[in-house]
Design a protein around this ligand. Sequence first.
Ligand code: ADP
Ligand code: MG
Length: 688
Amino acid sequence: MYELSDSIISINGLGPKAQEKLNAIGIYNLEHLLFHLPHRYQNKTKIIKLNQAQVGDEILVELTIDRIEEVPTRQRQLLCYLSDNDNRTLLLRFFHFNQYQKQNLTRGETIQCFGEMKIGRDGLEMHHPEYRLISKGQTNLLEKTLSPIYPLTANIHQAQLKKWIDIALETLQKSDLIDNFENLSKNSMPTLKQALNTLHHPQINENIDQIADFKHISQQRLIIEELCAHQLSLLKLKNERKHKISNIFELKTQLSDQLLNDLGFKLTNAQRRSIDEINTDISSPHPMLRLLQGDVGSGKTIVAVFACLQAVENSFQAAIMAPTEILAAQHLQGFSNYLAPLGIDVAFLTGSQNTSQRAEQLNKIKSGQAQVIIGTHALFQEAVTFNKLGLVVIDEQHKFGVHQRLSLAQKAHNTPHQLVMTATPIPRSLTMSAYADLDSSIIDELPPGRKPVKTIAISADRKNEVIKKIKQVCNDNNQVYWVCTLIEESEVLRAESAINTHHYLQENLPNLSVVLIHGKMNKDEKSEIMRQFSANKIDVLVATTVIEVGVNVPNASLMVIENSERLGLAQLHQLRGRVGRGADASICILMYQTPLSANATERLDILRQTNDGFAIAQKDLELRGPGEILGTQQTGIADMKIANIVRDGYLMNQVRYYSEHFLQLDENRQQSLITRWITDDKTQYANT
Ligand code: ADP
Ligand code: MG
């Protein structure tokens, strides 16, 4: 009678109001109803004897009515006394009832009740049970399978929703809903029909605890399919990219060899592997889009420099984009150190340059005199015309929207090669799901000789001990960061609290040079302060989180983070990574306000226990969830129907395997899989 593709409005008794409510949770047709799964079950498969009833259980009983009584207190109640053949009793309490109900509950009738067993003053009770008067011919409550309880949306009743979903399930039995896995999984998984039937109406012997844990094979079947749908949509984007044309860089060695000779250190194996992977990409005719992941201090910059050298040797321009002015300035310095001795011309472009500086840089970029261009998002502006852009390096991707990636890519004739560097590692399950359209290189090795940063958590009332430690560190001619992390509403308030801290530290450290840097300062002021700090002219740098990313001053060996309980794990790890870059043993002091929440305690504990950015990223994902980590540019994986990337990350290898198969199928099959799970097309946001 129905088709699964029918709109839900075609269901008898389902009106426009209910339709609107269901649409709001992504249910438009009967097929969508099938994927609205129960969040728990009731067992009405057998009648329980009163002597076997456990308080707290939801059970079905069948008893005889002895008498009823209306209690005329302020809060009216209807009491119905029941008993079994052995004179064991059960009291039903109704706080809301009507006269019709009262009249029906008459002495001597056989009644079935389903509800939670409670204990009252005089023995066992049930409040507002679901009931049927069996001796009056009402339908039996006994069921053959467990009964589903569905998550509800406003003003839709459980019974209604159950009825509609049952209609969808009936329709399913007769329909030929495409089963995407039937041939693929070679009987290692239930069919789609079996899985849906099991989850809506499990047999009595089904492992309910397993279902509650989302580890049942029928759930895994659906979870894998949903994750595949998301993965497939990203892999299709990747496929499209592999069909686009980019510039082939012929791999050259002159500049690279020269740089290697001048470096003063040897590349780690992981760095060399990453450079090789990048070289393979850029020497192919298709645009590279590669994620370069590595822990703080693992040496991502030099890897990017080698990519730039290939661009330059092939007469292309390379653009490097940083999320903040400070970081752009740091990169200018860092990259120029490597590039200037090789005779490479570097341009610099940020939003705060004056008109003539800007015009000069724009000219250099346009004429092609500038071979490497470093800047902030000012590089996106329309006025910027590149002469021959061949490579884009984006640093600290978390701060950029993917749309910005796109608009810079459009500034070149052929799609340029792109390298995206992340500030800290991304958990593997997220890389495999949210970033499946990118290739990935991982630097999983730190340069030799790095000493792990010792991390201590101290409550804020022990500030004087911290002051003592600062004196000691500066006495040894090392330097200190003091980060103020008061999360104020505005940058103005943040600056104010940093100003107060600055005064306090100046008073308590009269013999040291304590300097403040914050986001409200102008760019020249900020870069002058950073220059002085790099040159060891400042002992203690008091900062708002402007120094969060990228800053590299090896002589700094103590990091103090105020109100550390307010920051996320990744951010704390990133801040901590500002020390431990030189020869000296470094310390990170996490100051916190008491009392600490359980979550904050856990975060600080994790930081004390490990320096491994990959482990920290995984914990961060577990504590905050993918939505928080990915930010606003959600790719859909943060709000899936059944799957949950944190809980189900262990299935990603299977997901990857099946997705590759789907990629070989025809377009219609792929599209039907994607639209089943992704109702509104979020895939566009992932377009790069
Ligand atoms: P991040 O990955 O955090 O961006 P950087 O690229 O800023 O790390 O590198 C951190 C520091 O490590 C820099 O001072 C850099 O010169 C140094 N470095 C990078 N690679 C090596 C290496 N293979 N051996 C020794 N030092 C290295
Ligand atoms: Mg860096």
